[in-house]
Design a protein around this ligand. Structure first.
Ligand SMILES: [Zn+2]
Length: 231
């Protein structure tokens, strides 16, 4: 076994030069064999870029097939509970999450996020309709979904082109708002609104936001934090 005198890499027995730093190898015990096939490829090959349209067609076929197969099984073999509608709804949500980002490459990310959230809302309405659960659907599910969607979309648009600290502050603020909204909706559904746990969680989030706000306004401190935490 021999090693390159320059960089120390392990060499093939009959190597004429180091494959890494190209330093010529002079080994009287085992002279280089020009006919030998090198142990590594000599040509550089590149991985072909993924065709987004083909991937979109594949994903569409997979989701449609799953939905159609479950629908057939449900309505031909096991009639009764229309469980396949849940699978069809979940497949539709998956399709909206996966395929439009592949096809609408230039669409603003907020539009794609809005589509994703609308798909989830549609699935909730479907589940509520099939299970005839209009009370929990309008009382809890849709208000929570609407609040979550509104806060997420606002954070998404506000966080664009912002620094890491600003984004962290926005996420914490959004989380605090969502928790207060969640408790309000749950309590309103149960009959009495007494804000408790969400205010504690929101206070913790605001307490975490304060040091970030201080760091954000002090360029020196900001530089130090960036250096220490590598961002
Ligand atoms: Zn070398």
């Amino acid at each position: 076994m021999s090693y390159c005198v320059n960089c120390g890499v392990e060499l093939d027995r009959d190597a004429a030069a180091c494959p890494l730093c190209q330093t010529p190898v002079i080994n009287p015990v085992c002279p280089p064999d020009p006919q030998a096939i090198p142990n590594f490829p000599m040509e550089r090959q590149e991985v072909e870029p993924v065709d987004h349209r083909e991937l979109a067609i594949l994903l569409s076929a997979m989701t449609v097939c799953t939905g159609v197969c479950c629908g057939l099984l449900n309505f031909v073999l096991w009639r009764g509970v229309p469980w396949s509608l849940f699978v069809v709804g979940a497949c539709a949500v998956l399709w909206v999450w996966l395929v439009p980002p592949l096809l609408l490459r230039r669409a603003p990310s907020a539009v794609l996020l809005l589509l994703d959230l609308l798909a989830v809302g549609g699935l909730l309405v479907l589940i509520g309709t099939v299970l005839q659960g209009s009370v929990w659907l309008s009382g809890i599910a849709l208000p929570v979904w609407a609040g979550f969607s509104l806060i997420l979309l606002t954070i998404w648009m506000a966080a664009k082109n912002r620094s890491f600290l600003s984004r962290a502050m926005l996420i914490l603020g959004g989380l605090a708002l969502f928790l207060v909204w969640l408790e309000f909706i749950i309590d309103r559904f149960l009959g009495t609104y007494r804000p408790m746990w969400s205010l504690i969680a929101a206070a913790v989030a605001v307490t975490l936001m304060l040091p970030l706000a201080v760091v954000r306004t002090r360029p020196n401190l900001r530089r130090q934090v960036r250096r220490r935490f590598h961002f």
